[in-house]
Write a protein that binds this ligand. Structure first.
Ligand code: ZN
Length: 278
């Protein structure tokens, strides 16, 4: 049985067929309302989801009420140049090892919240975001998915001017302005999709498709990234990994985000986010 975990008005909630169930209530108090605690106990969410009946739902799913499914990750990693075509459009060679940076957790934003640009050089980057499910280290690639709580859409919004202002460029700050990390709409268990290593991912701006690729085209796949990171540091439940973006970013042709733009990020089987730029 799958689960879909939502952050509804800062309360952990399960979603089944468009209906919202408050987790504390649905679990008879065995869970609290804390979303981060729910992620750490994600294995129990399958059976609770299975037991839910429509008559006991608390509400219908409402986009405006959804916050980030992982509101306070301890660590938030980004991976640069992880799709071949994006490395090519950036005139960069494929990296020999993953290019990892920190997307500071304070930038994490909800799936339908505004992006506060604060610059004329803000760019979109649609990404698959992987959420770690347990405290662990030294993970072998062939066991990596076992340590994943679930997956969601992400936008690695990037201030290119700030990113490139330093020599060499600094990724962390340029990608971590307040509101620059939309994630969601829900955290879904990996069994929601047939193959979590091969998902269609798209980004459109004002209805125009700018990015369209499949996650199977990553240079370093999810298993490799988790293994690589876990050999450096201990991963904890709720740590998140932005796994890189496909080709089509605005920087490739100078089409940066402007106030009033609507950014839609969608991953097959997971859902979509809609963020307006202010
Ligand atoms: Zn990125």
């Amino acid at each position: 049985m799958t689960f879909k975990l939502a952050n509804v008005k800062n309360r952990a909630s399960l979603v089944v067929e468009g209906l919202v169930f408050d987790l504390e209530k649905a679990s008879n108090g065995s869970f609290t309302s804390n979303v981060m605690d729910a992620i750490a106990r994600h294995k129990d969410l399958h059976s609770i989801s299975e037991s839910l009946i429509a008559e006991s739902a608390d509400a219908k799913l409402a986009e405006a009420e959804l916050g980030a499914p992982v509101p306070r990750p301890r660590n938030s990693f980004g991976v640069g140049l992880n799709y071949r075509d994006h490395a090519a459009e950036s005139s960069m060679e494929l990296p020999p090892v993953p290019v990892v940076f920190s997307k500071y957790p304070s930038c994490i934003n909800g799936p339908f919240n505004a992006i506060d640009l604060r610059t004329t050089s803000a760019d979109y980057e649609a990404e698959l975001v992987v959420v770690i499910g347990s405290t662990t280290r030294d993970i072998k690639p062939n066991r990596a998915w076992e340590h994943v709580a679930g997956i969601m859409c992400g936008q690695d919004i990037s201030d290119r001017g700030l990113q490139m202002a330093a020599k060499p460029p600094h990724f962390g700050l340029g990608k971590s302005r307040d509101t620059y990390g939309p994630t969601g709409p829900l955290l879904v268990s990996t069994d929601v999709v047939a193959n979590p290593d091969d998902l269609k991912i798209t980004c459109s701006v004002n209805g125009e498709v700018r990015q369209a690729d499949r996650t199977s085209n990553m240079v370093f796949d999810v298993s490799y990234l988790i293994s690589y990171l876990s050999n450096v540091l201990t991963l904890e439940a709720g740590d998140i990994i932005f796994t890189g973006t496909p080709a089509g970013v605005g920087a490739a042709n100078g089409r940066f985000l402007k106030p009033g733009d609507e950014v839609v990020t969608e991953i097959e089987g997971i859902g979509l986010m809609r963020n307006n730029c202010i």
